[in-house]
Design a protein around this ligand. Sequence first.
Ligand code: EPU
Length: 416
Amino acid sequence: MDKLRVRGGKPLEGTVRISGAKNAALPVMAATLLTPGVHRLRNVPRLRDTHTFARVLERLGAKVAFDANLLTIDTQGVNSVEAPYELVKTMRASIYVLGPLLARFGEAKVSLPGGCAWGPRPVNLHLTGLQAMGAALEIEHGYIVGRDAKLKGATIDFEVVSVGATAQLMMAAVLAEGTTVLENVALEPDVTVLGEVLVACGARIEGLGSRRLTIRGVSSLRPIDTAIIPDRIEAATFAAAAAMTGGTIRLENVVPDHFEAALGKLEESGCVIRRAADAVTVSGPARPRPVSVVTHPFPGFPTDMQAQMIAVCAIGEGTSVIEDTIYLDRFTHVPELARMGARIELKGNVAVVKGVDRLAGAQVMATDLRASASLVIAALAARGETLVDRIYHLDRGYESLEQKLAALGAEIERIH
Ligand code: EPU
């Protein structure tokens, strides 16, 4: 299993180009199932998760080809509606094929995702929403099975704001008969952009960017031709690396508004931030000031930056308080950061972080994607050498992470 060896203590300096967003690419990849045709997706990050999703599409009969970051998906030969357990278990987002398959074929058999490293992560909103649209779904031998579904417009008011359920129901509704109204939808750019991509293909969606979407079903769509938006979480992670190492990093190919909540907190912690149209420069302070952070759906502070922010606060000049309201037990990085000398007390979903002068390199183990990212940025600021184990999690969501960090002056190498 690959590890990362990091020798910390050097401020990171330079420019980094941010890749396309994993969480924007995956639903657009799923949406290619809505229409038989040849779809072109540019700026798709080459990640384990996008490759896994490509394999899911191939299992359904699509032809998928990567050429650098251009992904071509030919869905003319799709001849299966089954997303098997062995693929879905490695990536929950595979469930995104459910709505498009039901919408186009009236049938689907998709493995039910299990739990994940930090808790149950239910998909009930996906299922009840599709059922409200007329799909009779059964759970059979671990699979969600839908047969003879003829999706019809419905009004669905989400009790919890969910990125996945919003994207799922949007994809199902664009080809359904009649009008669907989705209330209390997610506003994450990944979701809004999916809507825009569908509209460009002929879908009729009103209200994008607001909490209520009105979707009038159409009988067919044109193939997708789009560029995936920059990854706001990757950008914010590099910004956090500047904050921790006291360096200056220019982030290129970004949409600053997409990660304003993270930038605002980093500013509060003492970073100097300059925003341009598609670039942001972040200069870290000598030592971060303490902050209090509560995660919320977009435009709030993202749960996907909670772990990295805890790392920043771990070397802060005082006590920070970080609460995750989206995932109550997404804190597997906390005991690992403690092994590097961080002083963090966990009270339920609240981390109380008492800053220390310096972290110390140690052997640590990553347990999920963002937890791994927090360990890497902590290692960049720590004294001595850190070995981060199980970095396959990082490979799911950060394109060329060690190359990008090395280009900023980090001493980092992958050990096979
Ligand atoms: N929820 C339900 N029922 C559902 C769906 C969600 O109760 O049917 C709850 C969840 O338990 C959670 C909240 O709703 O408390 C929000 O979950 P959401 O559905 O928004 O999460 P997701 O769509 O499964 C996406 C990202 C995650 C990110 C979350 C929150 C993708 C592929 N994944 O997951 O990204 O943490 O939104 O912003 O877009 C990551 O990239 O590291 C990652 C985990």
